[in-house]
Design a protein around this ligand. Structure first.
Ligand SMILES: C[S@@+](CC[C@H](N)C(=O)[O-])C[C@H]1O[C@@H](n2cnc3c(N)ncnc32)[C@H](O)[C@@H]1O
Length: 312
């Protein structure tokens, strides 16, 4: 089952727009320099590898070929390339891949590709020793996430592992066209979905983060480690239904745009504003208000004030 072309274009264009605007803000923490980004990348890589360290099998894992699904600008792939024998990254956004190629140009063991946004078709069956993905699978439409889980199973060698950052908690309704909203799975649905997809779930560790979502208990970031025990024996739509019973609805014309994108951009703008960084605050706020049709009036006012102060 392939996704509608419009949905793939929407994912590519929206992520390209975000990353082109502010790649430091749109990876996973709103950092302000490449150095800080590498620090958070190393921290998150440690979380992705913690299970293997605990089990005493990390050294063996590092001998292999790792694939980062949704690598962005290489925030985690950079640190990973210093540990693994060979490190590949794929992402839907051409801007992300161009930036990653620039940032990681000196790493000879790194290869990057702009993927088609729904498959890992550049990678052969059973060709990869370890897959990880962070801040990607749970921000995309569930149908797309299910397709990637099957693809991850396909490219992994039998018996090898994937470490996936996902959200487990209550299942909240999200719209298919929202390319950044947090999707959260019920733990039992996720575990059953992994089984359908030929994986056994070995660990679902809590990940401690500076959560950007309201802490009302429904969104729990986890690092889930799975082992490929069989080929996926399900269709993508069956897996999506298992993960998110009832599926996602399509947005209609009254949809104002992604509230998650809006809230994250406003948060970034207000942080800059508090630090007296008016130009950056202006740009982040302009970005937020450009996309979202139902912004708070006080933010429109703040943008007008910033414009005037900067004599734009
Ligand atoms: C929040 S960023 C995280 C990037 C990186 N994993 C990290 O932690 O720094 C989400 C990334 O997922 C990528 N992405 C979104 N949808 C995708 C898709 N359908 N296929 C591949 N990559 C996708 C975006 O382009 C973006 O680089």
């Amino acid at each position: 089952m392939s996704l509608a072309k419009e949905l793939v274009s929407l994912m590519r264009d929206s992520w390209d727009r975000r990353i082109g605007h502010d790649y430091l803000g749109w990876m996973n923490d709103r950092v302000e320099s490449d150095e800080q980004m590498w620090e958070t990348g190393s921290r998150d890589l440690r979380a992705l590898l913690a299970y293997f360290e605990r089990e005493g099998i990390l050294d063996e894992l590092l001998q292999g070929h790792v694939l980062d699904v949704g690598c962005g600008v290489g925030r985690i792939l950079g640190p990973a390339s210093l540990l693994f024998e060979k490190a590949s990254g794929t992402d839907i956004s051409p801007s992300a891949i161009a930036r990653a190629a620039d940032l990681l140009s000196s790493r000879e063991n790194v290869s990057l590709e702009q993927g088609d946004g729904q498959s890992l078709s550049s990678y052969g069956d059973a060709s990869i020793d370890f897959v990880y993905s962070f801040g990607v699978l749970c921000n995309m439409p569930v149908d797309c996430c299910a397709g990637y889980l099957r693809e991850i199973n396909r490219v992994l060698k039998p018996g090898s592992h994937a470490s996936l950052q996902v959200f487990l908690g209550k299942c909240q309704p999200t719209l298919r066209q929202d390319t950044v909203a947090f999707r959260s799975f019920l733990e039992e649905n996720f575990e059953a979905g992994m089984q359908l997809c030929g994986f056994s779930l070995l660990a679902a560790d809590d990940l401690l983060v500076d959560a950007d979502a309201p802490d009302d208990g429904w969104l729990r970031p986890r690092i889930c480690v799975v082992r490929k025990t069989a080929d996926a024996a399900c269709r993508t739509d069956e897996l999506a239904e298992q993960l998110y019973p009832g599926g996602e609805e399509d947005a209609d014309e009254s949809w104002p745009g992604s509230q998650t994108e809006y809230l994250l951009s406003v948060k970034r703008a207000l942080e800059f504003h508090d630090q007296g960084k008016k130009r950056e605050a202006h740009d982040a706020l302009a970005f937020a208000l450009e996309q979202y049709k139902d912004p708070e009036p006080r933010l429109k006012q703040l943008l007008a004030e910033l414009k005037e102060e900067l004599t734009l």
